[in-house]
Design a protein around this ligand. Structure first.
Ligand code: SF4
Length: 446
């Protein structure tokens, strides 16, 4: 049962020392009760408090890791809506391969999975897992494909078979890969739990109803195994949306442990559009492992972009490293541009400089990931800071052009930069990055 803030406060030191960042122990207790703080933030919590609150302060959705080092993670979620705090571990995409596919096709798909990288706002997005499904009747062939997929793609696997013995064989063939076995029912759970435990894998549980899945997960946890993911059986988009929402709501709002695990879903309608719609629902509503039936780069781009939007932490703007970037092949005569380290701003400005067909240096001062006007209003983008970043980049000595282009929105800091960067010509660039090309042609050409 979830503890209230008052229950939790009784277990805290009650000294109101503020070291946890809260003004009183009660305020901290209220945060703990709302899953908005961790007990470890109070350095004076007693062993007794840790024991009692340890379980209560666990995230309501269990952390489940995949891969040999368990670094590919799901779970640890504490909120239903991203704006309440943040989502923690994004959905994982897997591409399915059946053991009935010709060897040449298998090789081609595995190579595509291994080599695919979508670069977006400075992040390298990849296919997270490979799914291997037994469709034939030879367990050895299924296990051999699992081994090959692991060796070629080097991703944790989603191993699926209706034959528990075949699944156990494949689990052993990829021992230590930190994969997941799909899926245990109440009849096969003992055998598959043993196979998962012996070989270091997670286990997916399924059942015809939510009640069946809950009974199974509660039983396995009581037996001491909770490296679990849940696979729900649904028959329409609406039902999928409802079941995922109900399950996650029960886990987070009611702290209902049998549903406090990541989810897993296959998309196998035979229609790209229907599968995509279903995958969109999963990304938006708590999907865990999402198994796509084919490698389709267009579908992956769309789903990965959506996932990035849903899982970006609203409290932490995506940032690029503050430093000097070479755009094209700049030399000592090239102009120097400056903008902030908000990823979107950086990528738009660097792209527009490239489009202008010129080479330049782009100096990015530390602006805590804010956009130009916000950074200026917050005092993070000012003349002294820009001059310091230019000096630290080495361009103050290296540059022969000594021409610095600042964003049009912060024309007012040009005087301060001039004072701090003697010998430099400060040009006020356009307000809109889309006008950089015409600015370059008019002011920097020749
Ligand atoms: Fe209370 Fe611990 Fe926070 Fe200090 S750090 S105010 S003792 S909860």
């Amino acid at each position: 049962m979830a503890l209230s803030g008052l229950d939790i406060q009784k277990l805290l030191p009650k000294t109101n020392c503020k070291e946890c960042g809260s003004t009183t122990c009660l305020a901290f207790a209220m945060k703990l009760a709302g899953k908005k703080a961790m007990l470890s933030e109070c350095p004076y919590a007693s062993d007794d408090a840790k024991r009692v609150l340890g379980a209560a302060s666990e995230p309501p959705v269990k952390s489940v890791g995949f891969g040999p080092d368990r670094r590919v993670k799901l779970g640890e979620e504490t909120v239903l809506y991203r704006h309440e705090k943040t989502f923690v571990n994004q959905s994982l995409f897997a591409v399915d391969i059946g053991d009935d596919r010709p060897a040449a096709e298998v090789d081609a798909i595995l190579a595509k999975i291994r080599d695919y990288t979508l670069v977006r706002v400075g992040l390298n997005l990849v296919v997270d897992m490979v799914s291997v499904t037994q469709r034939g009747s030879e367990p050895a062939k299924f296990a051999a494909l699992a081994k090959k997929a692991w060796e070629v793609a080097n991703r944790p696997l989603v191993l699926r078979s209706g034959d528990p013995a075949a699944l156990a064989l494949a689990a052993e063939a990829v021992k230590g890969s930190g994969s997941v076995l799909v899926a245990a029912t109440k009849e096969s759970s003992a055998l598959l739990r043993a196979a998962a435990e012996a070989n270091g894998h997670a286990l997916a549980l399924t059942g015809a109803t939510l009640d069946e899945v809950c009974a199974l997960s509660a039983r396995l946890k009581a037996e001491g195994f909770d490296n679990l993911v849940l696979q729900f059986e649904t028959h329409s988009l609406a039902e999928q949306y409802q079941v995922n929402s109900i399950a996650r709501r029960m886990a987070i709002k009611e702290n209902y442990k049998p549903l406090g695990y990541p989810f897993l879903r296959y998309f196998e309608s035979g229609s790209l559009m229907e599968d995509s719609a279903s995958a969109i629902v999963e990304v938006c509503k708590y999907g865990g492992i999402l198994v796509l039936p084919e490698f389709d780069a267009a579908q992956l781009v769309a789903l990965m972009a959506l996932r990035l939007n849903v899982y970006t932490d609203p409290q932490k703007p995506i940032q690029v490293e503050p430093k000097v970037y070479a755009i094209g092949e700049p030399d000592t005569k090239s102009p120097v541009f400056v903008t902030t380290n908000f990823s979107l701003t950086y990528f738009i400005v660097s792209g527009e400089i490239e489009n202008a067909g010129t080479s330049a240096w782009l100096v990015i001062p530390e602006c805590e990931g804010m956009s130009v006007l916000t950074a200026w209003a917050a005092g993070k983008l000012n003349g002294a800071g820009v001059a310091k970043a230019v000096k630290e980049s080495g361009l103050d000595e290296k540059s022969e052009s000594k021409t610095l282009v600042i964003p049009g929105y912060v024309a007012q800091i040009s005087g301060e930069i001039e004072e701090n960067l003697p010998g430099w010509k400060i040009l006020v660039g356009p307000q809109d990055a889309g006008d950089i090309e015409s600015f370059v042609k008019a002011r920097l050409a020749g």
